[in-house]
Design a protein around this ligand. Structure first.
Ligand SMILES: [Zn+2]
Ligand SMILES: [Zn+2]
Ligand SMILES: [Zn+2]
Ligand SMILES: [Zn+2]
Length: 482
Protein backbone atom coordinates (compact mmCIF):
# COMPACT_ATOMS: atom_id res chain seq x y z
CA UNK A 1 0.00 0.00 0.00
CA UNK A 2 1.32 3.44 -0.92
CA UNK A 3 1.47 6.03 1.84
CA UNK A 4 0.19 9.44 0.81
CA UNK A 5 2.46 12.24 2.00
CA UNK A 6 0.77 15.14 3.74
CA UNK A 7 2.71 18.37 3.29
CA UNK A 8 2.43 21.98 4.46
CA UNK A 9 0.13 23.92 2.13
CA UNK A 10 2.42 25.92 -0.22
CA UNK A 11 -0.31 28.51 -0.94
CA UNK A 12 -0.51 29.71 2.69
CA UNK A 13 2.81 28.26 3.97
CA UNK A 14 0.78 26.23 6.45
CA UNK A 15 -0.68 29.39 8.04
CA UNK A 16 -4.33 28.45 7.07
CA UNK A 17 -4.95 31.99 5.74
CA UNK A 18 -3.53 34.24 3.04
CA UNK A 19 -3.07 37.98 3.01
CA UNK A 20 -4.46 39.40 -0.23
CA UNK A 21 -5.28 42.82 -1.68
CA UNK A 22 -8.74 43.95 -0.55
CA UNK A 23 -11.51 44.25 -3.18
CA UNK A 24 -11.60 48.01 -2.57
CA UNK A 25 -8.18 48.41 -4.25
CA UNK A 26 -9.79 47.51 -7.59
CA UNK A 27 -11.60 50.86 -7.57
CA UNK A 28 -9.22 52.99 -5.49
CA UNK A 29 -10.06 55.56 -2.83
CA UNK A 30 -13.48 56.56 -4.06
CA UNK A 31 -17.05 55.94 -2.89
CA UNK A 32 -18.65 55.95 -6.35
CA UNK A 33 -16.53 54.01 -8.83
CA UNK A 34 -16.95 53.44 -12.54
CA UNK A 35 -16.69 49.76 -13.45
CA UNK A 36 -15.90 50.43 -17.10
CA UNK A 37 -13.15 53.01 -16.50
CA UNK A 38 -10.71 51.29 -14.13
CA UNK A 39 -7.40 53.09 -13.87
CA UNK A 40 -4.12 51.64 -12.63
CA UNK A 41 -5.14 52.58 -9.08
CA UNK A 42 -4.05 50.17 -6.39
CA UNK A 43 -4.80 52.35 -3.39
CA UNK A 44 -7.26 51.35 -0.68
CA UNK A 45 -10.65 52.98 -0.05
CA UNK A 46 -10.19 54.93 3.18
CA UNK A 47 -13.61 54.01 4.63
CA UNK A 48 -13.52 50.38 3.47
CA UNK A 49 -15.72 48.16 5.61
CA UNK A 50 -13.53 45.13 4.95
CA UNK A 51 -9.94 46.35 5.43
CA UNK A 52 -10.56 49.68 7.25
CA UNK A 53 -8.28 51.34 4.70
CA UNK A 54 -5.32 48.99 5.18
CA UNK A 55 -5.58 47.67 1.59
CA UNK A 56 -5.17 43.99 2.41
CA UNK A 57 -7.36 41.40 4.09
CA UNK A 58 -6.69 37.95 5.53
CA UNK A 59 -8.74 35.38 3.62
CA UNK A 60 -9.10 31.75 4.75
CA UNK A 61 -6.91 29.64 2.43
CA UNK A 62 -9.19 27.94 -0.10
CA UNK A 63 -6.65 25.45 -1.37
CA UNK A 64 -6.24 23.69 1.99
CA UNK A 65 -9.69 24.52 3.42
CA UNK A 66 -7.99 26.26 6.41
CA UNK A 67 -6.18 23.10 7.44
CA UNK A 68 -2.69 24.34 6.58
CA UNK A 69 -1.79 20.88 5.24
CA UNK A 70 -2.60 19.09 1.97
CA UNK A 71 -2.43 15.53 0.65
CA UNK A 72 -0.11 15.23 -2.34
CA UNK A 73 -2.43 12.87 -4.21
CA UNK A 74 -4.53 12.86 -7.37
CA UNK A 75 -6.80 10.04 -8.50
CA UNK A 76 -7.72 9.53 -12.15
CA UNK A 77 -10.74 7.30 -12.82
CA UNK A 78 -12.18 6.16 -16.14
CA UNK A 79 -15.68 4.67 -16.16
CA UNK A 80 -17.39 2.91 -19.07
CA UNK A 81 -21.01 4.12 -18.97
CA UNK A 82 -22.24 1.12 -20.99
CA UNK A 83 -20.66 -1.70 -19.00
CA UNK A 84 -20.15 -0.04 -15.62
CA UNK A 85 -16.47 -1.06 -15.63
CA UNK A 86 -14.24 1.34 -13.70
CA UNK A 87 -10.46 1.67 -13.48
CA UNK A 88 -8.44 4.13 -11.38
CA UNK A 89 -4.88 5.30 -11.13
CA UNK A 90 -3.36 7.01 -8.11
CA UNK A 91 -0.84 9.80 -8.68
CA UNK A 92 1.46 10.17 -5.67
CA UNK A 93 5.12 11.14 -5.29
CA UNK A 94 7.42 8.26 -6.11
CA UNK A 95 5.25 6.73 -8.82
CA UNK A 96 5.16 9.41 -11.48
CA UNK A 97 7.58 8.12 -14.18
CA UNK A 98 8.17 11.55 -15.73
CA UNK A 99 9.42 11.90 -19.29
CA UNK A 100 11.65 14.57 -20.75
CA UNK A 101 10.03 16.81 -23.38
CA UNK A 102 12.03 18.20 -26.34
CA UNK A 103 12.67 21.45 -24.41
CA UNK A 104 14.28 19.49 -21.58
CA UNK A 105 11.46 19.83 -18.99
CA UNK A 106 10.38 16.83 -16.96
CA UNK A 107 6.67 16.20 -17.40
CA UNK A 108 4.10 13.60 -16.33
CA UNK A 109 1.58 13.01 -19.13
CA UNK A 110 -1.68 12.15 -17.31
CA UNK A 111 -3.61 12.03 -20.59
CA UNK A 112 -1.68 8.91 -21.59
CA UNK A 113 -2.64 7.34 -18.21
CA UNK A 114 -6.28 8.13 -19.00
CA UNK A 115 -5.94 6.41 -22.39
CA UNK A 116 -4.37 3.33 -20.72
CA UNK A 117 -7.19 3.17 -18.15
CA UNK A 118 -9.77 3.59 -20.92
CA UNK A 119 -8.25 0.64 -22.78
CA UNK A 120 -8.55 -1.58 -19.69
CA UNK A 121 -12.29 -0.84 -19.32
CA UNK A 122 -12.94 -0.92 -23.09
CA UNK A 123 -14.11 2.68 -23.19
CA UNK A 124 -13.74 5.33 -25.87
CA UNK A 125 -13.17 8.70 -24.20
CA UNK A 126 -13.60 11.92 -26.14
CA UNK A 127 -11.08 14.33 -24.66
CA UNK A 128 -8.69 12.97 -22.09
CA UNK A 129 -9.50 15.67 -19.53
CA UNK A 130 -6.27 15.36 -17.58
CA UNK A 131 -3.52 17.95 -17.50
CA UNK A 132 0.19 17.32 -17.71
CA UNK A 133 2.11 17.72 -14.45
CA UNK A 134 5.21 19.88 -14.87
CA UNK A 135 7.95 19.11 -12.41
CA UNK A 136 10.12 21.82 -10.86
CA UNK A 137 13.26 22.76 -12.74
CA UNK A 138 15.54 21.21 -10.08
CA UNK A 139 14.05 17.73 -10.50
CA UNK A 140 16.53 15.07 -11.76
CA UNK A 141 16.14 11.29 -11.76
CA UNK A 142 19.42 10.98 -9.83
CA UNK A 143 18.42 13.27 -6.91
CA UNK A 144 18.04 11.67 -3.44
CA UNK A 145 14.57 10.09 -3.12
CA UNK A 146 13.40 12.44 -0.33
CA UNK A 147 14.17 15.57 -2.38
CA UNK A 148 12.69 14.06 -5.56
CA UNK A 149 9.45 13.20 -3.75
CA UNK A 150 9.20 16.69 -2.27
CA UNK A 151 9.47 18.27 -5.73
CA UNK A 152 6.95 15.77 -7.11
CA UNK A 153 4.54 16.62 -4.25
CA UNK A 154 4.68 20.29 -5.28
CA UNK A 155 3.82 19.42 -8.90
CA UNK A 156 0.85 17.36 -7.70
CA UNK A 157 -0.39 20.13 -5.38
CA UNK A 158 -0.43 22.59 -8.28
CA UNK A 159 -3.11 20.39 -9.91
CA UNK A 160 -5.10 19.42 -6.80
CA UNK A 161 -7.96 21.92 -7.30
CA UNK A 162 -9.65 18.84 -8.82
CA UNK A 163 -8.05 15.96 -6.87
CA UNK A 164 -10.35 13.34 -8.39
CA UNK A 165 -10.58 13.38 -12.20
CA UNK A 166 -13.48 11.25 -13.38
CA UNK A 167 -13.49 10.64 -17.14
CA UNK A 168 -16.64 9.08 -18.61
CA UNK A 169 -16.55 7.01 -21.79
CA UNK A 170 -18.72 4.64 -23.81
CA UNK A 171 -18.04 1.29 -25.44
CA UNK A 172 -18.12 2.82 -28.91
CA UNK A 173 -17.51 6.35 -30.14
CA UNK A 174 -20.60 8.55 -30.46
CA UNK A 175 -21.58 9.17 -34.10
CA UNK A 176 -20.56 12.59 -35.38
CA UNK A 177 -23.31 15.20 -35.24
CA UNK A 178 -24.68 16.29 -38.62
CA UNK A 179 -25.39 20.04 -38.18
CA UNK A 180 -28.22 20.02 -40.76
CA UNK A 181 -29.97 17.07 -39.09
CA UNK A 182 -29.53 18.69 -35.66
CA UNK A 183 -31.05 21.95 -36.94
CA UNK A 184 -34.00 20.09 -38.51
CA UNK A 185 -34.63 18.24 -35.23
CA UNK A 186 -34.46 21.44 -33.13
CA UNK A 187 -36.92 23.14 -35.53
CA UNK A 188 -39.32 20.19 -35.40
CA UNK A 189 -39.21 20.23 -31.61
CA UNK A 190 -39.87 24.01 -31.56
CA UNK A 191 -43.05 23.29 -33.58
CA UNK A 192 -44.02 20.47 -31.22
CA UNK A 193 -43.46 22.44 -28.00
CA UNK A 194 -44.80 25.73 -29.47
CA UNK A 195 -41.59 27.64 -28.75
CA UNK A 196 -39.26 29.88 -30.79
CA UNK A 197 -35.91 28.46 -31.83
CA UNK A 198 -33.49 31.42 -31.88
CA UNK A 199 -30.25 31.40 -33.89
CA UNK A 200 -28.16 34.41 -32.89
CA UNK A 201 -24.85 35.90 -34.00
CA UNK A 202 -23.34 38.81 -32.08
CA UNK A 203 -20.20 40.83 -32.73
CA UNK A 204 -17.37 39.65 -30.54
CA UNK A 205 -13.96 41.15 -31.13
CA UNK A 206 -13.11 40.72 -34.80
CA UNK A 207 -15.57 37.85 -35.30
CA UNK A 208 -18.97 36.64 -34.14
CA UNK A 209 -20.20 34.67 -31.15
CA UNK A 210 -23.02 32.26 -32.05
CA UNK A 211 -25.79 31.00 -29.75
CA UNK A 212 -28.78 28.71 -30.22
CA UNK A 213 -31.67 28.49 -27.76
CA UNK A 214 -35.40 28.06 -27.28
CA UNK A 215 -37.43 31.05 -26.18
CA UNK A 216 -41.02 31.72 -25.19
CA UNK A 217 -42.48 34.04 -27.89
CA UNK A 218 -42.22 37.65 -26.70
CA UNK A 219 -39.03 37.16 -24.66
CA UNK A 220 -36.66 40.14 -24.86
CA UNK A 221 -33.13 39.75 -26.22
CA UNK A 222 -31.16 38.48 -23.21
CA UNK A 223 -28.48 40.76 -21.84
CA UNK A 224 -25.07 39.30 -21.21
CA UNK A 225 -22.22 38.20 -23.38
CA UNK A 226 -22.55 36.69 -26.88
CA UNK A 227 -22.48 32.95 -27.47
CA UNK A 228 -19.24 30.96 -27.33
CA UNK A 229 -19.11 29.41 -30.76
CA UNK A 230 -17.43 30.77 -33.87
CA UNK A 231 -19.92 29.67 -36.52
CA UNK A 232 -23.31 28.05 -36.98
CA UNK A 233 -22.08 24.46 -37.64
CA UNK A 234 -20.02 24.63 -34.43
CA UNK A 235 -22.91 25.88 -32.27
CA UNK A 236 -25.18 23.19 -33.78
CA UNK A 237 -22.63 20.47 -33.01
CA UNK A 238 -22.48 21.51 -29.35
CA UNK A 239 -26.15 22.37 -28.69
CA UNK A 240 -28.51 19.47 -28.11
CA UNK A 241 -32.16 19.72 -27.08
CA UNK A 242 -31.55 19.99 -23.34
CA UNK A 243 -28.84 22.64 -23.82
CA UNK A 244 -31.18 24.68 -26.03
CA UNK A 245 -33.92 24.44 -23.37
CA UNK A 246 -31.64 25.37 -20.46
CA UNK A 247 -32.64 28.73 -18.94
CA UNK A 248 -35.96 28.89 -20.82
CA UNK A 249 -37.89 30.00 -17.70
CA UNK A 250 -35.38 32.75 -16.80
CA UNK A 251 -35.34 34.08 -20.38
CA UNK A 252 -39.15 34.16 -20.47
CA UNK A 253 -39.71 36.03 -17.18
CA UNK A 254 -40.65 39.24 -18.99
CA UNK A 255 -42.57 37.58 -21.85
CA UNK A 256 -46.30 38.30 -21.75
CA UNK A 257 -48.30 35.29 -20.50
CA UNK A 258 -50.68 34.02 -23.19
CA UNK A 259 -52.99 31.03 -23.54
CA UNK A 260 -52.60 28.59 -26.42
CA UNK A 261 -55.29 28.29 -29.10
CA UNK A 262 -56.25 24.64 -29.07
CA UNK A 263 -57.78 24.76 -32.56
CA UNK A 264 -55.01 26.58 -34.44
CA UNK A 265 -53.52 24.58 -37.32
CA UNK A 266 -50.29 22.84 -36.34
CA UNK A 267 -47.18 24.17 -38.07
CA UNK A 268 -46.05 22.07 -41.03
CA UNK A 269 -43.34 19.48 -40.59
CA UNK A 270 -39.92 21.17 -40.53
CA UNK A 271 -38.07 20.81 -43.84
CA UNK A 272 -34.41 19.82 -43.94
CA UNK A 273 -32.65 23.09 -43.18
CA UNK A 274 -29.77 24.54 -45.17
CA UNK A 275 -27.19 25.48 -42.51
CA UNK A 276 -24.88 27.33 -44.90
CA UNK A 277 -27.65 29.48 -46.33
CA UNK A 278 -29.01 30.31 -42.86
CA UNK A 279 -25.56 31.29 -41.61
CA UNK A 280 -24.92 33.59 -44.58
CA UNK A 281 -28.30 35.29 -44.13
CA UNK A 282 -27.74 35.95 -40.39
CA UNK A 283 -24.25 37.35 -41.08
CA UNK A 284 -25.64 39.58 -43.85
CA UNK A 285 -28.20 40.93 -41.34
CA UNK A 286 -25.33 42.02 -39.05
CA UNK A 287 -24.68 44.92 -41.43
CA UNK A 288 -27.09 47.85 -41.72
CA UNK A 289 -28.61 47.59 -45.22
CA UNK A 290 -29.01 51.35 -45.77
CA UNK A 291 -25.80 52.81 -44.26
CA UNK A 292 -23.49 49.80 -44.38
CA UNK A 293 -22.68 50.16 -40.63
CA UNK A 294 -21.90 47.14 -38.52
CA UNK A 295 -24.71 46.24 -36.13
CA UNK A 296 -24.28 44.44 -32.76
CA UNK A 297 -25.77 41.26 -34.21
CA UNK A 298 -28.70 39.51 -35.87
CA UNK A 299 -31.14 36.69 -35.22
CA UNK A 300 -33.11 34.11 -37.15
CA UNK A 301 -36.23 32.82 -35.35
CA UNK A 302 -37.93 29.56 -36.27
CA UNK A 303 -41.59 30.24 -35.43
CA UNK A 304 -44.79 28.77 -36.79
CA UNK A 305 -42.97 26.55 -39.27
CA UNK A 306 -40.74 29.17 -40.96
CA UNK A 307 -37.69 31.38 -40.45
CA UNK A 308 -38.02 35.07 -39.52
CA UNK A 309 -34.94 37.29 -39.77
CA UNK A 310 -34.13 40.38 -37.74
CA UNK A 311 -31.23 42.66 -36.91
CA UNK A 312 -30.19 43.39 -33.32
CA UNK A 313 -29.88 47.09 -32.52
CA UNK A 314 -28.51 48.94 -29.49
CA UNK A 315 -31.12 50.49 -27.19
CA UNK A 316 -30.87 53.32 -24.65
CA UNK A 317 -27.92 52.80 -22.23
CA UNK A 318 -29.01 51.77 -18.73
CA UNK A 319 -27.07 52.74 -15.61
CA UNK A 320 -26.77 50.05 -12.93
CA UNK A 321 -25.54 50.91 -9.43
CA UNK A 322 -24.29 47.98 -7.35
CA UNK A 323 -23.39 48.15 -3.67
CA UNK A 324 -20.10 46.42 -2.80
CA UNK A 325 -19.24 44.64 0.47
CA UNK A 326 -16.49 47.25 0.87
CA UNK A 327 -19.11 50.00 1.21
CA UNK A 328 -18.36 51.39 -2.26
CA UNK A 329 -20.92 51.76 -5.01
CA UNK A 330 -19.95 50.64 -8.51
CA UNK A 331 -21.63 52.15 -11.53
CA UNK A 332 -22.00 50.14 -14.73
CA UNK A 333 -23.54 51.20 -18.01
CA UNK A 334 -25.12 48.49 -20.12
CA UNK A 335 -26.53 48.88 -23.60
CA UNK A 336 -29.50 46.52 -24.02
CA UNK A 337 -30.15 45.00 -27.44
CA UNK A 338 -33.52 44.88 -29.14
CA UNK A 339 -34.80 43.34 -32.36
CA UNK A 340 -35.00 45.61 -35.38
CA UNK A 341 -38.07 43.69 -36.52
CA UNK A 342 -40.48 41.83 -34.25
CA UNK A 343 -41.94 38.80 -36.10
CA UNK A 344 -45.75 38.49 -35.99
CA UNK A 345 -47.35 36.48 -33.21
CA UNK A 346 -47.57 32.78 -33.97
CA UNK A 347 -51.02 31.53 -34.98
CA UNK A 348 -51.34 29.35 -31.88
CA UNK A 349 -50.94 32.18 -29.37
CA UNK A 350 -54.28 33.05 -27.70
CA UNK A 351 -55.73 35.40 -25.08
CA UNK A 352 -53.54 37.12 -22.46
CA UNK A 353 -53.58 35.43 -19.04
CA UNK A 354 -55.01 37.40 -16.11
CA UNK A 355 -52.67 38.22 -13.29
CA UNK A 356 -52.46 40.18 -10.06
CA UNK A 357 -49.39 41.77 -8.43
CA UNK A 358 -47.33 39.52 -6.17
CA UNK A 359 -47.98 40.42 -2.52
CA UNK A 360 -44.58 39.14 -1.37
CA UNK A 361 -42.14 41.46 -3.16
CA UNK A 362 -41.85 45.08 -4.21
CA UNK A 363 -40.94 45.86 -7.83
CA UNK A 364 -37.71 47.82 -8.42
CA UNK A 365 -36.21 47.06 -5.00
CA UNK A 366 -34.93 44.06 -3.09
CA UNK A 367 -37.60 43.99 -0.38
CA UNK A 368 -39.29 40.60 0.11
CA UNK A 369 -41.75 39.27 2.64
CA UNK A 370 -39.81 38.23 5.74
CA UNK A 371 -39.69 34.56 6.71
CA UNK A 372 -41.44 35.40 9.99
CA UNK A 373 -44.62 35.96 7.94
CA UNK A 374 -44.54 32.53 6.27
CA UNK A 375 -47.97 30.89 6.34
CA UNK A 376 -49.76 34.28 6.26
CA UNK A 377 -48.90 35.03 9.88
CA UNK A 378 -48.53 38.66 11.01
CA UNK A 379 -44.95 39.94 11.28
CA UNK A 380 -43.22 39.22 14.59
CA UNK A 381 -42.50 42.54 16.36
CA UNK A 382 -39.05 41.42 17.60
CA UNK A 383 -37.99 39.55 14.41
CA UNK A 384 -34.19 39.97 14.06
CA UNK A 385 -34.46 40.19 10.23
CA UNK A 386 -37.21 42.77 9.76
CA UNK A 387 -37.72 44.29 13.26
CA UNK A 388 -41.47 43.78 12.81
CA UNK A 389 -41.73 45.54 9.43
CA UNK A 390 -42.62 42.26 7.70
CA UNK A 391 -40.27 43.01 4.77
CA UNK A 392 -36.53 42.39 4.48
CA UNK A 393 -33.96 42.95 1.72
CA UNK A 394 -32.88 39.83 -0.15
CA UNK A 395 -30.47 39.15 -3.00
CA UNK A 396 -32.56 36.18 -4.21
CA UNK A 397 -35.58 36.06 -6.51
CA UNK A 398 -38.96 36.26 -4.79
CA UNK A 399 -40.01 32.67 -4.04
CA UNK A 400 -43.70 33.38 -4.62
CA UNK A 401 -43.55 34.84 -8.15
CA UNK A 402 -40.05 33.81 -9.28
CA UNK A 403 -39.11 37.41 -9.98
CA UNK A 404 -41.94 38.30 -12.39
CA UNK A 405 -43.87 40.25 -9.73
CA UNK A 406 -47.00 38.69 -11.22
CA UNK A 407 -49.26 35.90 -10.01
CA UNK A 408 -51.03 34.42 -13.02
CA UNK A 409 -54.52 32.97 -13.00
CA UNK A 410 -53.56 30.15 -15.34
CA UNK A 411 -50.66 27.76 -15.67
CA UNK A 412 -49.79 25.96 -18.90
CA UNK A 413 -47.99 22.68 -18.49
CA UNK A 414 -46.39 20.91 -21.44
CA UNK A 415 -45.84 17.17 -21.07
CA UNK A 416 -43.77 15.63 -23.84
CA UNK A 417 -41.51 12.73 -24.75
CA UNK A 418 -39.39 15.28 -26.69
CA UNK A 419 -40.03 13.24 -29.87
CA UNK A 420 -43.53 13.08 -31.31
CA UNK A 421 -45.96 13.24 -28.43
CA UNK A 422 -47.00 16.39 -26.61
CA UNK A 423 -49.84 17.48 -24.36
CA UNK A 424 -50.46 21.09 -23.34
CA UNK A 425 -52.55 21.30 -20.16
CA UNK A 426 -54.22 24.47 -18.89
CA UNK A 427 -54.67 24.68 -15.15
CA UNK A 428 -56.93 27.42 -13.82
CA UNK A 429 -56.40 28.66 -10.28
CA UNK A 430 -59.15 27.47 -7.95
CA UNK A 431 -60.80 25.15 -10.52
CA UNK A 432 -60.80 21.42 -9.76
CA UNK A 433 -59.41 19.49 -12.71
CA UNK A 434 -60.21 16.06 -14.07
CA UNK A 435 -56.94 14.17 -13.72
CA UNK A 436 -56.27 11.87 -16.70
CA UNK A 437 -54.65 8.56 -15.74
CA UNK A 438 -51.23 8.35 -17.41
CA UNK A 439 -49.68 5.32 -15.68
CA UNK A 440 -50.03 2.89 -12.80
CA UNK A 441 -47.26 2.65 -10.23
CA UNK A 442 -45.80 -0.76 -9.22
CA UNK A 443 -47.86 -0.71 -6.01
CA UNK A 444 -51.09 -0.26 -8.00
CA UNK A 445 -51.71 3.39 -7.18
CA UNK A 446 -52.61 5.60 -10.14
CA UNK A 447 -50.41 8.38 -11.54
CA UNK A 448 -52.43 11.20 -12.99
CA UNK A 449 -51.20 14.34 -14.73
CA UNK A 450 -53.48 16.53 -12.64
CA UNK A 451 -51.88 15.33 -9.41
CA UNK A 452 -48.35 16.11 -10.44
CA UNK A 453 -46.14 16.89 -7.46
CA UNK A 454 -45.87 20.55 -6.66
CA UNK A 455 -49.09 21.38 -8.39
CA UNK A 456 -50.31 24.71 -7.06
CA UNK A 457 -53.76 24.71 -5.54
CA UNK A 458 -54.41 28.42 -5.62
CA UNK A 459 -53.34 31.42 -7.64
CA UNK A 460 -50.77 32.19 -5.01
CA UNK A 461 -47.66 30.24 -5.76
CA UNK A 462 -48.43 29.76 -9.44
CA UNK A 463 -45.20 29.84 -11.32
CA UNK A 464 -43.67 28.38 -14.36
CA UNK A 465 -41.40 25.42 -14.16
CA UNK A 466 -39.07 24.52 -16.96
CA UNK A 467 -37.16 21.34 -16.32
CA UNK A 468 -37.33 19.44 -19.57
CA UNK A 469 -35.32 16.25 -19.57
CA UNK A 470 -34.02 14.99 -22.87
CA UNK A 471 -35.00 11.47 -23.72
CA UNK A 472 -37.32 10.95 -20.77
CA UNK A 473 -40.95 10.13 -21.17
CA UNK A 474 -43.72 12.30 -19.79
CA UNK A 475 -41.48 13.98 -17.25
CA UNK A 476 -40.48 17.11 -19.11
CA UNK A 477 -42.68 20.01 -18.22
CA UNK A 478 -42.10 23.30 -19.85
CA UNK A 479 -44.09 26.42 -19.52
CA UNK A 480 -45.29 28.03 -22.70
CA UNK A 481 -46.65 31.50 -22.44
CA UNK A 482 -47.14 31.52 -18.68
ZN1 LIG B 1 -10.57 47.46 1.58
ZN1 LIG C 1 -3.41 26.70 2.61
ZN1 LIG D 1 -39.38 39.18 10.11
ZN1 LIG E 1 -42.94 38.18 -5.80
Amino acid sequence: MTTVPVVACPDCDGMTFTLEPCRCTTYGDRFLADADALGPRREAYRNCEQCRGAGSVAYPCRRCGRRGRRRAQLVVTVANLDTGAVASHQVVPGGLDPLRDPAGHWVVDLASRVRELAATVGAVVADADAPSLWLDRQWRPDLPAALRHELEAHAILRADHAPWRLVLGRSSAAPAVDPAARLARLCALADLLLLDLVVEARQQGAGFGWALRYEVPGSPVPSGSPGWYRDLPEVLTHTDVSTALTGLAERGLAAPARLLCPDSPRPPVAPRADVDQLERRVLADCVDATHGDELPGAQALWRDGRWWHTTLRPGEPVEILAEQPTGQVVRRVRVPLSRGYEPPDPSWLGEPVDWRPCPDCRPHNRLRTCDCRLGDRPAEPDCPDCCGAGLRPSALHCFTCGGTHRLHQTLLVTVTDLRHRVMHLTWQAGTPEVAPLVATQPNGSPTATGSAPGRPSSARGLRTSATPTAGSTSTGTCATGT
